[in-house]
Design a binder for this molecule. Structure first.
Ligand code: AMP
Length: 542
């Protein structure tokens, strides 16, 4: 017997319909790329997205066509996404921080036909466009007045192009499993792998993200996604915020501490989200300027492990609750959020921070398990760590063109490549990437734990730990430090600071000081490059 309920396909553009209908006047405020603050609302975003769908069709775009975007978070990027989705074309976000050759490779792999690009990234696009055979048109997200001269005929100004259509258009309807978006993972080895979201997975994922213990967005909130739309769907916010009728405050190209501070306070942001490096910049700015964050209630921090010192500063100095989150491009991206369950509600101070360094617990639909090298499930005791596997309706079932098939098994478990442990209350703690974990005398040492500890030292700006070959123990940890400006920490002072906080055999065998630690295009420490840079290093005793 089948249920007798309506078969209502979960299509992404229904989200902007809902926002326009029930929250139409809610603001979408952006720092525009040309300069100045731009204000619109969900009603107008929808109208312009309808116009955009119609205009794309006039250019011959159809269901399944890949349409790339290389853009900051602004109202234009948002309406471009919905316009693409409304005809069943596929938005493909490009990360401008990748090497140009890598971007060209990705565009060729996806066979992008049209590209929307912000003025900022036009130089990159000019260099790579000749290498992308499928690319027919480039639309610059600005008006005619701001267009540079001497551009080829297939490069047009967005506002002029859009004005050639009206908004008398009806969204297309199709199967909810239709591809909605693409994003390539910034793999550090091998070719990038394409993740392909569906309309259904995006809608389900946004609903999951809205749960109170996850992002918990409400119509009264003003959300600033600092995390770019080209980094794993801006963590669902382009869908979850309109779904909840939450105002969106878009930072545009202003990613420095001062600009973020101005938007947070000037626009009365209540919740924001970004990677730890962004928050380090903001906290430094606040320190320098003696600033306060009177409206901000919650900050979501993920993408790499959030150091305890950041959580402590936000909560104790600025009265802002930190929600540590873990996820992956392949998971749409939300995997877990560290909100406090009743079991931990009695904790305060350092004991509470002990929980908040964990990445947290999953929303409904995300299933996880940890396994050893023989695929045996490991206990959830908060200390036994193993490879983390996940599955769910907003988790990839394959990569584009079947790459990386070994990461998926027949029961659909996806091997995240992360290593972690889970405690009795279902809180995950990521201890490493599988390829970074240090194997010392048959036991594992977590590089993330050591890094977090080291950045708690008052003179340390950034820390990374890598394994160095050791004749007796196979591998031992080497701590790499970037000093804070004007500070002179020594190896001895750092090791003394760490000494009573980890098992003795975890303590790094040596500390080296560098000016800079290399990062990936999504702001993570690039350990492959760091290992390469330090490949001549040997421990003295070895
Ligand atoms: P991406 O697909 O670029 O978002 O990268 C996903 C990877 O980032 C994960 O597999 C983790 O290795 C890492 N990651 C994301 N969030 C966290 C976190 N809160 N703590 C530690 N690692 C994280």
């Amino acid at each position: 017997m089948l249920g007798l309920m309506q078969d209502w396909p979960l299509l992404c553009h229904k989200v902007i319909d809902h926002a326009a209908q029930y929250h139409g006047a809610r603001e979408v405020v952006s720092r525009s790329v040309e300069g100045g603050i731009h204000r619109t609302n969900y009603r107008d975003v929808r109208n312009r997205a309808l116009r955009l769908s119609k205009r794309l069709e006039m250019d011959g775009a159809v269901l399944g066509d890949r349409v790339a975007t290389m853009a900051w978070n602004t109202w234009r990027h948002l309406e471009v996404w919905y316009g693409i989705l409304g005809i069943g074309a596929v938005y493909h976000t490009l990360n401008p921080r990748l090497f140009p050759d890598q971007i060209a490779w990705i565009m060729n792999d996806a066979e992008d036909k049209i590209l929307f690009v912000d003025l900022t990234f036009l130089p990159i696009v000019k260099a790579i466009a000749p290498k992308v055979a499928s690319l027919e048109k480039i639309i610059v997200l600005t008006d005619a007045a701001h267009m540079p001269d001497d551009l080829p005929a297939n490069v047009v100004a967005y506002e002029d192009w859009l004005a050639e259509a009206d908004d008398d258009f009806a969204w297309k309807t199709f199967d909810e499993k239709t591809a909605a978006g693409m994003c390539y993972t910034s793999g550090t080895t091998g070719d990038p792998k394409g993740v392909v979201y569906s309309h259904r997975s995006n809608v389900l994922h946004a609903m999951m993200a809205l749960q109170p213990d996850m992002l918990g967005l409400a119509a009264r909130d003003r959300l600033m996604p600092v995390v770019p739309m080209f980094h794993a769907n801006a963590w669902s916010t382009a869908f979850s915020a309109p779904m909840a009728g939450t105002s969106m405050i878009m930072p545009g190209a202003g990613m420095d501490g001062k600009s973020i501070f101005e938007m947070l306070t000037g626009e009365r942001v209540t919740i924001t989200a970004a990677v730890p490096t962004v928050w380090l910049m903001l906290l430094q700015h606040l320190d320098k300027e003696n600033g306060a964050l009177p409206d901000l209630e919650r900050v979501v921090i993920g993408g790499s492990a959030c150091p305890r010192a950041i959580t402590k500063a936000f909560q104790e100095k600025y009265d802002v609750t930190v929600m540590h989150a873990w996820g992956m491009t392949e998971m749409s991206p939300l995997g877990t959020v560290c909100s406090i369950k009743p079991e931990y509600a009695h904790l305060a101070g350092e004991e509470k921070l002990d929980i908040q360094v964990k990445q947290g617990h999953p929303p409904f639909t995300v299933e996880m398990k940890i396994v050893d090298d023989e695929e045996h499930e490991l206990p959830w005791d908060g200390k036994t760590f193993g490879r983390l596997k996940v599955r769910g309706p907003a988790v990839s079932s394959a990569y584009y063109k079947g790459r990386g098939a070994e990461q998926f098994d027949e029961e659909l478990w996806f091997d995240t490549g992360d290593v972690g442990h889970v405690d009795a209350h279902g809180y995950l703690q990521i201890t490493d990437r599988a390829k970074d974990v240090i194997k010392s005398g048959g036991e594992w040492i977590s590089t993330i734990d050591l890094e977090n500890l080291a950045v708690g030292h008052p003179d340390v700006a950034e820390a990374a730990v890598i394994g160095i070959a050791h004749p007796k123990w196979d591998e031992r940890p080497l701590l790499v430090i970037v000093r804070k400006d004007g500070r002179e920490p020594t190896k001895e002072s750092i090791l003394a600071f760490m000494e009573d906080k980890v098992a003795k055999w975890w303590l790094p065998d040596d500390v080296v000081f560098v000016d800079e630690i290399p990062h990936t295009a999504t702001g993570k420490i690039q350990k492959t490059t760091l290992r390469e840079q330090l490949k001549a290093y040997r421990f003295e005793a070895a």
